[in-house]
Design a protein around this ligand. Structure first.
Ligand code: HEM
Ligand SMILES: *[C@@H]1O[C@H](CO)[C@@H](O)[C@H](O)[C@H]1NC(C)=O
Ligand SMILES: *[C@@H]1O[C@H](CO)[C@@H](O)[C@H](O)[C@H]1NC(C)=O
Length: 491
């Protein structure tokens, strides 16, 4: 019984070895050191820094000390961590077919079900094509679609009094409205304030538990509290409500003339199943909502700490956008300094900071092996590789000695994006590149311009400590947010 199994194992190791030799692979010599059996001390130290809310800064020290590639032993299994642009390009693009999401599917399944974010291979390709059509359709939409929501945001801020205001929760409410409007055909807020809060509280809670499950990787099944199951059920009930409403409206009145429910109806035409439509919608919601809110929050967080950049951006906006005019795509396209500011924020706080892929067949990483750390490394099927865009974006070898500083000017006609190539990828690259990139940048630009126009005195409140970028407290879930919010004075 065992013999054929042993034989096939021996055979596959031999085949792996041949593959490695053929490609000149050498073992990776840089390792994450550990002292305890199963490397449990590494887990313990990460666990110990959690309360300080500076986990990414803590991990930076490993990369600074060991280098961009390291071998990690955990529970007796080999894994790797990388911030090396060559390796990340290989995983996401040149060897895309050799990698899968690994335990992410199981970790996210209770909330997301069958959707683009939990799928690999052929089902993913299908979802990708289906959703890509939606993003092509909205690509040139008038940014006026954000008007109602930005007005609500500004009215909320205007009513908030003269003291210190934390913008972050307002921005999360804003992107909840814009994203649900995009996918459901109406903002979830149309249900009324109480129901909107129920939806967003359950969605936030379910997302935060999902983030913990992601970190548990193969052990995600250990953590499925009752409250989590309930929260996932609430999110699904709401999403289902919008799906059935759209289907009923179409049945009664025919396809709606203004195309408000196009997202749902087009998905339904293909999937033929309301539950599958619902799941795809929740997948887009989790991809688009917190990420864009965090981008906006970090941008303003950084601007109020760098008054010269804020001043320059204000002058640009005043020169390009007459205050009485509607804000258009053409205006936004002309605001080149805003693009530098957004790129610089995406560099320092890529909203999906760390990620993982697992090899689905024998493959290689092109860099990190041998004594010089530049040879390819053989990767056996089933091996996990963690990659950190967050740490890559702070490498001095890519961005120079001021890599840790906020300096939007570094993007200004310097050819930086050409020079760093795969060293800058807040939206990833390759076949799984973010589908919502254009939508997110338009939404963030629109919101930031309107906020700066409405509040010309927006600034950092006196007495707030200015920590070095990356040393502040962070709330690390699936996304990275500021744990102290984005506190400002508006007037
Ligand atoms: C600043 C905002 C955003 C950032 C930084 C961002 C970043 C990313 C990244 C890095 C991925 C790849 C994840 C992976 O493969 O593991 C991704 C995927 C995706 N994003 Fe975004 N995103 C943003 C906003 C949005 C928005 C607003 C939407 C939709 C409204 C969206 C929709 C998606 C979808 C559907 C995917 C899955 C693509 C696939 O797996 O094929 N994103 N995003
Ligand atoms: C911002 O980064 C993108 C790459 O994602 C690049 O194409 C663009 O030119 C950059 N913008 C500026 C102003 O540097
Ligand atoms: C951190 O994020 C979680 C999940 O979104 C949220 O429940 C919690 O309130 C946040 N904590 C802080 C300090 O912002």
């Amino acid at each position: 019984m065992l013999l054929p199994l042993l034989f096939s194992l021996a055979y596959s190791r031999k085949a792996d070895g041949a593959y490695g030799e053929q490609h000149g692979c050498l073992p990776m010599e840089t390792k994450l050191p550990y002292k305890w059996p199963f490397a449990l001390d590494i887990l313990k130290r990460q666990y110990d820094v959690l309360p300080s809310q500076r986990l990414l800064a803590f991990q930076s020290r490993y990369f600074d000390r060991i280098g961009p590639n390291m071998k990690v032993m955990l529970f007796g299994q080999v894994g790797y961590m990388t911030t090396d642009p060559k390796n990340i390009e290989s995983i996401l693009s040149t060897h895309f077919e050799d990698w899968g999401l690994g335990s992410r599917r199981g970790g996210l399944f209770p909330l997301l079900g069958e959707g683009i974010f939990t799928q690999d291979g052929r089902p993913w390709k299908h979802s990708r094509e289906l959703l890509r059509r939606q993003f092509v359709r909205i690509q040139y939409q008038n940014p006026k679609v954000f008007d109602q929501h930005i007005n609500e945001l500004i009215n909320g801020l205007s009513a908030s009094g003269d003291g210190v205001v934390d913008l972050q929760p307002y921005l999360f409410r804003f992107t909840l409205a814009t994203t649900t409007d995009l996918i459901f055909g109406e903002p979830v807020g149309r249900l009324g304030d109480d129901l909107q809060d129920t939806f967003s509280d359950n969605f936030d809670y379910a997302s935060s538990i999902s983030a913990i499950r992601l970190r548990l990787a193969d052990f995600h099944w250990l953590y499925k509290p009752r409250k989590f199951k309930d929260a996932c059920a609430v999110v699904k009930t709401y999403a289902s409500h919008f799906v059935s409403q759209a289907l009923e409206t179409e049945k009664r009145h025919g396809p709606d003339s203004n195309g408000g429910h196009a997202f749902i109806l087009d998905l339904y035409k293909d999937l033929n199943n309301p539950a599958l439509v619902r799941d795809q919608l929740v997948n887009v919601l989790i991809a688009g909502r917190d990420t864009t809110a965090c981008l906006m929050s970090w941008t303003i967080y950084l601007l109020v700490r760098h008054p010269a950049a804020l001043e320059r951006l204000r002058r640009d906006i005043a020169a390009v956008v007459p205050e009485t005019d509607d804000l258009t795509r053409a205006h936004i396209a002309k605001l080149s300094y805003l693009k530098c500011v957004l790129n610089e924020t995406l560099r320092l706080y890529p909203q999906l900071p760390v990620n993982i892929r697992v090899a689905t067949k024998t493959t290689l990483l092109p860099s990190g092996g041998g004594p010089s750390g530049t040879s390819p490394v053989l990767i056996r099927r089933g091996t996990g590789v963690g990659y950190s865009v967050y740490h890559m974006h702070r490498m001095t070898s890519l961005y120079g000695s001021d890599a840790h500083e906020f300096n939007p000017e570094r993007w200004e006609n310097t050819g930086l994006e050409k020079k760093v190539g795969w060293g800058f990828m807040p939206f990833h690259g390759g076949p799984r590149i973010c589908l919502g990139k254009d939508f997110a940048l338009m939404e963030a630009s629109y919101g930031i311009i309107k906020i700066l126009q409405t509040f010309p005195n927006l600034r950092l409140p006196p007495g707030i400590q200015k920590e070095a970028t990356g040393q502040e407290r962070q709330n690390l879930t699936i996304v990275v947010a500021s744990a102290d919010g984005c506190k400002v004075l508006l007037r």
